[in-house]
Design a protein around this ligand. Structure first.
Ligand code: C2O
Ligand code: CU
Ligand code: CU
Length: 485
């Protein structure tokens, strides 16, 4: 056990510059009982039009390590994969924790009053009942708690899950859709484990500057997992659910990933990629061909490669889909560039004015978590740190805007609530392939221009957020808010 822990934490994870053999050995050492990748349970709302989630405390041991306090929706860590379709959905969110939480639907296009952001906290013991109407293209979305200054810790300890918004037409599209068989949901998160194998969250000031990084990669809460797949085409729905880590994913045998969907839905035609970059908050759906078998390892970060997960082909499983569709019905609607006004957004990370951190006692379940304690003045947007009482700007309902976003010091994954956008340019050039579809989060490293139509309303009391999705940056003030009226 101990050995397993050490060797895995060294090799499956982030320790850097490991040989391919040592990564492969690390996967081989995972005890069989822990090796097989499990999917989050599925919660299908399509028949009832109802969704019931309870934010609940739990205890979780990872990779054979000791149990520690975690939190999840309806379970001890993370939440179910919610299956939804367009139409009415009556949700009921309960909070069984002893601190406020929220349920933000990241990627769902709903009005501000249903968005679940920082203005919609659910007090301990309370219930929130948004009656939503969903009308958008099928997509892989996610949900997570979003309480200002607590988002990083709450998501870290498990308050997040995936949503499949589906129209039931994936067979017509020629896409795999058997959950857990040829359609895998993969929540990628790095987490930090101490010597004893317990998951910890103890950000230092440097961790806040760079975002909190783990020393071990988890997929759906498992380390060193192997997904058993049929000998055909497999769809991977990838969510970067890390607090701060930017992943650049590739297979050790260089097999391609065929990108079929980005944050906001399908692309127009599959895009073959050798590497896929995914920053916190982003989703991508890819098809991977296992017809030739093999046991490839999904790695991240060429040059500093670490293992994310392994695949094993079981020829006894039926492969329903064996080819890549030529095209998909992703709408690539050209927004009217000419009528769009431009808004400047700068993601600031000045060094001045950072106060003491004061971040002791971050265990889940305690009330005394306090704030991140960053001095105001370091992290902000357009020169100002987030203030819940200040509306940063107002957007006219139905208008189209171009945003020019600039990053300082490091790359920041930039996310906007209430819209899906298209990326117009990155540092003056065309967007990278990953960013050519509908997006709601994009990694800004320099200057990125996006365009969107703002067609969801958001009032003054429940405005939409825009922020860096490095959760430590967000909590430290790299966030703003706007109304749409
Ligand atoms: Cu993923 Cu403002 O959130
Ligand atoms: Cu969001
Ligand atoms: Cu940031």
């Amino acid at each position: 056990r101990r050995d397993f822990l050490t060797s895995t934490s060294a090799a499956i994870l982030t320790a850097g510059a490991l040989s391919h053999t040592s990564i492969r050995q690390a996967f081989a050492q995972v005890p069989a009982s822990q090796a097989r990748l499990a999917m989050p349970p599925r919660l299908d709302t399509r028949q009832t039009g109802r969704l019931a989630l309870t934010a609940t405390p739990g205890k979780t041991g990872f990779a054979g390590g000791p149990e520690g306090a975690t939190a999840g929706f309806n379970q001890a860590y993370l939440g179910p994969t919610i299956v939804m379709q367009n139409g009415d959905l009556d949700a009921e969110l309960r909070n069984a924790l002893d601190e406020p939480v929220s349920a933000h639907w990241h990627g769902l296009l709903v009005p501000g009053e249903h968005d679940g952001g920082p203005h919609l906290p659910i007090a301990p013991g309370a219930v929130w009942r948004p009656a939503m109407t969903i009308a958008q293209d099928p997509a892989t979305i996610w949900y997570h708690s979003h309480i200002h200054e607590r988002t990083a810790k709450q998501v870290y300890f498990g308050l997040a899950g995936v949503i499949h918004l589906t129209d039931g037409r994936d067979d017509d599209r020629g896409l795999p859709s058997d959950y857990g068989l040829d359609d895998l949901t993969l929540v990628l998160q790095d987490r930090r484990f101490d010597q004893a194998g317990r998951m910890v969250y103890n950000p230092s000031m440097m961790d806040v500057m760079h975002g909190f990084a783990g020393n071990r990669m988890l997929v759906n809460g498992q380390a060193g997992a192997t997904a058993v797949v049929p000998q055909g085409m497999v769809r991977l729905r990838l969510l970067n659910g890390a607090n701060a880590r930017i992943c650049t994913l590739f297979f050790d045998d260089a097999r391609p990933m065929h990108l079929v969907a980005t944050d906001g839905g399908f692309v127009a035609e599959p895009i073959a990629l050798k590497m896929l970059r995914l920053s916190p908050g982003e989703r991508a759906e890819v098809l991977v061909d296992f017809a030739e078998g093999g046991a490839p390892i999904l790695l991240s970060d060429p040059g500093q490669a670490y293992g994310v997960m392994q695949f094993a082909v079981d020829p006894r499983l039926t492969a329903r889909i064996t080819s890549i569709p030529d095209q998909l019905d992703g709408v690539v609607d050209d927004l009217p560039l000419a009528d769009a006004g431009t808004r400047q957004v700068s993601l600031d990370m000045g060094m001045g004015g950072m106060g003491g951190m004061g971040m002791g006692g971050m265990g889940m379940g305690g009330r005394g978590m306090g704030s991140m304690g960053m001095g105001r003045g370091g992290f902000g947007i357009n020169g100002r740190p987030y203030d819940m009482r200040r509306i940063d700007f107002r957007v006219a309902l139905g208008s189209v805007e171009k945003w020019r976003i600039r990053s300082t010091m490091v790359a920041h994954p930039f996310h906007v609530h209430g819209i899906r956008f298209r990326v117009l340019s990155e540092n003056g050039g065309p967007p990278r392939p990953e960013n050519t579809g509908w997006k709601d989060t994009v990694l800004v490293a320099g200057e990125t221009e996006i365009i969107a139509r703002f067609d969801q309303p958001a009032r003054e009391d429940t405005p939409f957020m825009f922020h860096c999705h490095i959760l430590e940056h967000e909590d430290a003030g790299m966030m703003g808010q706007f109304t749409v009226t």
